[in-house]
Design a binder for this molecule. Structure first.
Ligand SMILES: Nc1ncnc2c1ncn2[C@@H]1O[C@H](COP(=O)(O)OS(=O)(=O)O)[C@@H](OP(=O)(O)O)[C@H]1O
Length: 203
């Protein structure tokens, strides 16, 4: 991490930290004052999104259901598949809570980040003790992209959306497969809502 001067905030974004066993201990040893922001979305959609990303890099991988199930006829889920495992948020958070109290965390809803980006960004700024500089007027909904985009990014004059790899169409997954995954995640989601004191509305 770079040296941080008085009045500066250093930020670092690595999605895999949340699911890396050693990460909380290492970050705690670096600075126990670290604030932690976790963006979470419905774990079923997250798994499909993860699969879509892998598929875009390697189109010859097996089908989603072939990877998601250990046994398709019994409906046994393969929790060793990272696309499934990452969405068990309660389990990962448990590991972090061994080191950091809940007050050090902000959980951002991935769904609200799309439906109300300014609202979620307001929460982020409050959490970081910043003035609410980013507001509604910085975003517009881009019909072509199907997502909110920035009207005028810092230092630029043109509107800017996230790149092609964000907001890709997902392949169609059998409804029964989706249903089974929903059932699988339900107890973990409930636990996660309880732990965070936030209902993300995934069920
Ligand atoms: N404004 C805006 N524009 C485009 N995409 C948006 C936006 N806000 C949130 N999202 C969602 O971000 C998802 C991709 O983020 P990731 O977490 O996969 O990114 S990362 O690669 O891990 O950094 C991506 O997931 P997919 O839709 O599955 O591609 C989007 O749903």
């Amino acid at each position: 991490m770079p040296r941080t001067l008085e009045g500066q905030i250093t930020m670092e974004k690595t999605p895999s930290y949340f699911v890396t066993k050693e990460a909380p201990r290492r970050i705690y040893n670096m600075s126990r004052d670290t604030k932690l922001i976790v963006v979470v979305r419905n774990p079923v959609t997250r798994a499909i999104s993860d699969y879509t990303q892998t598929l875009s890099k390697n189109p010859s991988i097996p089908s989603f259901q072939a990877l998601a199930f250990k046994n398709l006829s019994t409906g046994l889920i393969d929790t060793s598949w990272s696309a499934v495992r990452i969405g068990i948020y309660a389990k990962h958070l448990d590991n972090w809570l061994q080191y950091f109290p809940l007050s050090k965390f902000l959980f951002v809803s991935g769904e609200r980040l799309v439906s109300d980006p300014a609202g979620e960004m307001g929460r982020v700024q409050d959490f970081l003790g910043l003035k609410r500089v980013v507001t509604d007027k910085h975003f517009y909904f881009n019909e072509t992209k199907g997502f909110p985009c920035l009207k005028k990014p810092e230092g630029g004059s043109k509107p800017r959306c996230l790149g092609k790899s964000k907001g890709r169409p997902h392949p169609k997954i059998d409804m029964q497969v989706v249903q089974r995954l929903r059932e699988f995640y339900r107890p973990f989601n409930m636990k996660f809502y309880q732990m965070t004191g936030q209902d993300f509305g995934w069920d």
